[in-house]
Design a protein around this ligand. Structure first.
Ligand SMILES: [Mn+2]
Length: 296
């Protein structure tokens, strides 16, 4: 008898780089939620494009010495999305992610827009979120709607989850007031550059000291559009990919329970360059997590 939480899981989708290794600690879930993008929609196509381009890059990580070709991934397919109801979709995401998270798997979600993270953080039962993002996503509502992609971190924060944001540079006054009032740590790319990789990592580590279950979310617009042009809402003056992966490498330990890559819009992504970067982020982050698991 299949668990009812898997009702909306479509297992026939293409697999990440062709992997189907059920013994892997990493479960890949595609979440093609694409409803609230304000500028350039298309993120519904990202799960299949990222899976496809991933097979053309190397699986060995020179950063960690881990060969992800040996560890592999268990790609369980896509969650079928309701065409207009974000709250219903968040419930479906939470159901599928909690099913695999409760089995002790590290759930790797491929979005979709950033709204998916409301469901993935709940499904993994995370008490802290480290978010790479140009935006704070702390709006109470956007044009009257509370489940817009601009409100993601606000909804998560309201559940008592601690939030740390890196790459912040596109904000409203209301969001800054909320962040300051709640003590939410956010660092602008300028501050990251001034602190350096090591200084930033130490600051983030102190922020994560009290956490038990840490969730990592890569909104690809946190990265500079020179490296990641194919996103729904690009913002200049972003972080570079190596800085981000080095910081993640320094702060990661066995408390990481899952991560996602979101906001990529393949129709606006010349040469699939942003999807290739997202594939590299998935492979590299998984290798970093795997290394921290084997160190414990
Ligand atoms: Mn963003």
């Amino acid at each position: 008898m299949v668990d009812s939480r898997l009702l909306y899981l479509n297992e026939s989708s293409r697999q990440f780089a062709g992997f189907n290794k059920t013994t892997s600690p990493f479960v890949i879930v595609g979440i093609p939620l694409d409803i609230t993008s304000s500028f350039r929609p298309g993120s519904r196509f990202a799960p299949s494009v990222i899976r496809e381009v991933a097979q053309y890059i190397e699986f060995y990580s020179m950063r960690t010495g881990i060969d992800m070709g040996e560890i592999g991934f268990s790609d369980v397919g896509d969650i079928v999305m309701h065409p207009s109801n974000v709250e219903e979709n968040i419930k479906r995401i939470k159901d599928v992610v909690s099913y695999f998270s409760e089995k002790g798997k590290i759930v790797v979600s491929i979005g979709g827009e950033h709204s998916i993270t409301v469901g993935t953080t709940e499904g993994t039962n995370a008490d802290c979120v480290l978010s790479i993002d140009a935006h704070l996503d702390l709006r109470d509502e956007y044009m009257g709607y509370k489940y817009d992609h601009a409100c993601v971190m606000r909804r998560i924060s309201e559940r008592g989850v601690k939030i740390i944001e890196l790459g912040t540079r596109a904000v409203s006054k209301e969001e800054l007031e909320y962040a300051n009032q709640k003590g939410i740590m956010y660092l602008n790319p300028r501050q990251v550059n001034l602190l350096g990789i090591r200084g930033t990592a130490e600051k983030v580590k102190r922020g994560l000291a009290e956490c038990k279950r840490i969730y990592l979310t890569y909104d690809m617009d946190g990265i500079d559009p020179a490296y990641a042009p194919g996103v729904a809402t690009p913002e200049p003056e972003g972080l570079d990919p190596t800085t981000v992966l080095e910081i993640v490498n320094m702060v990661t330990d066995k408390r990481i329970v899952g991560f996602d890559v979101v906001e990529i819009s393949p129709p606006h992504d010349p040469s699939n360059i942003t999807s290739v970067l997202a594939s590299r982020f998935i492979l590299e982050t998984a290798s970093i997590i795997f290394k921290s698991l084997s160190l414990s």
